[in-house]
Design a protein around this ligand. Structure first.
Ligand SMILES: Cc1ncc(COP(=O)(O)O)c(C=O)c1O
Length: 484
């Protein structure tokens, strides 16, 4: 009797590819020592019979084992366990549980696994936040830019390039930010990133040492808090009111903080704009404390009333503000392209850090975006979006007031991509979120975004991702959810 007759081959499970199961069986037998180097594997026909699977599945599994070096074929005489398995076995052999302690997963790994749970819903769904609409004209123009960019690609695009981004795109971004946001900068200060989140992460990793105290808005954007956690800095929750971050509260809590992360154009999540007085107070504090300001201007393009608000970076003159912006909101989130404007003292180091993380921004995406900007399509798209998003915002607010005015109080912002509908009747926003989800509506509770400040229950409702005519149906479903 051979080993193969006594080895406990198991019957394949349902729901897992058969080839994979056969492969695991044979590989397991090798690791368990049941199959020794040089030993002959059962013929594919025998093993197929024993496992009750098609012979082709066994042949495919053997091919995989041959490709990985577990097995060797001898023409005409079958398949054998490789003679030289030492390399494979050293790395891959599972040690008996009793002999080895399991690898210690650091606390930070657990923290970061929790961040993965914050992943957005994959399908656009009323009223998920941060979605955008590319109308037919924008999509056509994007296709034209893509084709044109492809035609211009040359050796410089196919190789490695500047981690800070393509010079012409950096110049176009600098021109745009000077005109639209009053940002004071030269193209060399612009670093192209994968988006606002990437820029925030780079700033946190460059500027902060473990344990450094940092002001964060309370309530605030969860991913910024998590980026600080990843950098092992200590977030200090600074409350927000209708004029934005309460600078004096920050000074009282942590006068010596090393940095502050703020969303002054459209506070996340409350949607308020920081008043000019607070902007000047914040800059004055940062100058005194020697602190950095990270200005997350993620949705600044979408201002629906009143004059555009001056950027903190422009007010400060660009010495201690890292200005962060993104094309992922002005165009579409899947693009993964954004930028930061660094003070001159930090430009080289941020560029170096970016290089270590992922080398450089993708050249093709940069070339397309540059073409889209230079052809005037970007400015035209923003103008059309601004009008459309305003209409969508108004449609959402109107539907909320009409259908749910007795339980919800929408706070309609002059800027941004979402509004907050506060709960009037003392219900838990988490409970409402769960009920809404059961009806296929996404209305995120804002209470988890509060840290030390007492939460005011409300729902965060994005209005940019869906046409105005879809708002009423979404609100009707929310109303049905609230009635159940
Ligand atoms: C406040 C804030 N900052 C940053 C981001 C991330 O933007 P990006 O997609 O460009 O990384 C978002 C996205 O929703 C945001 O709301």
């Amino acid at each position: 009797m051979s080993w193969a007759d006594v080895y406990p081959w198991s019957i394949p499970e349902t729901g897992r590819p058969v080839i994979r199961q056969v492969y695991d069986q044979v590989r397991g037998a090798i690791h368990a020592g049941a199959l020794r180097p040089g030993g002959r594997l059962p013929s594919s026909r025998d093993l197929a019979v024993r496992l009750g699977v098609a012979r082709a599945s066994v042949v495919a599994a053997y091919d995989q084992l041959l490709a990985e070096g577990y097995a060797q074929g001898r023409t005409g005489s079958g398949t054998y366990v490789s003679q030289d398995l030492s390399g494979v076995m050293d790395v891959a052999a599972p040690t008996p549980a009793s002999a080895a302690a399991p690898p210690v997963v650091p606390q930070r790994a657990h923290d970061m696994a929790a961040v993965a749970a914050l992943a957005p819903s994959l399908e656009p769904q009323a009223f998920s936040n941060g979605r955008t609409l590319m109308d037919a004209r924008a999509q056509d123009a994007w296709s034209v830019s893509t084709r044109r960019a492809l035609r211009t690609l040359g050796p410089a695009h196919f190789g490695y390039s500047d981690p800070a981004g393509e010079p012409r795109l950096r110049a176009a971004i600098a021109d745009y930010l000077r005109a639209a946001r009053g940002v004071v900068c030269e193209p060399e200060q612009v670093i192209v990133t994968a988006g606002a989140q990437h820029a925030v992460d780079l700033a946190a990793r460059l500027l902060l040492k473990p344990g450094d105290r940092v002001w964060l808005e309370d309530p605030g954007y969860a991913n910024t808090w998590q980026a600080l956690l990843a950098a092992q800095a200590q977030g200090v929750a600074v409350p927000v009111d209708r004029a934005g971050l309460i600078v004096q509260a920050g000074v009282a809590a942590a006068p010596d903080a090393k940095a502050v992360f703020v969303t002054p154009s459209h506070q996340f999540p409350l949607g308020v704009a920081m008043s000019m007085g607070r902007r000047l107070d914040l800059i004055a504090w940062a100058r005194t404390a020697g602190a950095w300001i990270i200005e997350d201007d993620y949705a600044s393009e979408f201002r629906y009333a009143g004059a555009p608000l001056a950027s903190l970076q422009g007010l400060d003159g660009g010495e201690r503000v890292i200005y962060v912006g993104t094309f992922n909101k002005s165009l579409f989130p899947g693009l993964r392209l954004g930028y930061l404007v660094a003070p001159r003292a930090l430009t080289a180091s941020l560029s170096g850090l970016r290089r270590l993380a992922d080398r450089q921004p993708p050249t093709l995406t940069q070339a397309i975006t540059l073409d889209f900007m230079e052809s005037g399509q970007f400015a035209a798209h923003i103008r059309r979006r601004r009008l459309a998003y305003k209409t969508q915002r108004d449609a959402l607010a109107e539907a909320l007031r009409r259908r749910l005015g007795h339980v919800l109080e929408p706070d309609v912002p002059d800027q941004g991509m979402h509004l907050i509908a506060y709960l009037k009747d003392g219900r838990s926003d988490l409970e409402v979120e769960a009920r809404a989800a059961a009806k296929g509506v996404l209305a995120r509770a804002i209470s988890p975004l509060y840290h030390d400040a007492p939460p005011r229950p409300g729902l965060l409702m994005g209005f940019t991702g869906f046409p105005a005519k879809a708002m009423d149906a979404g609100v009707a479903r929310l109303a049905a959810a609230l009635e159940t």
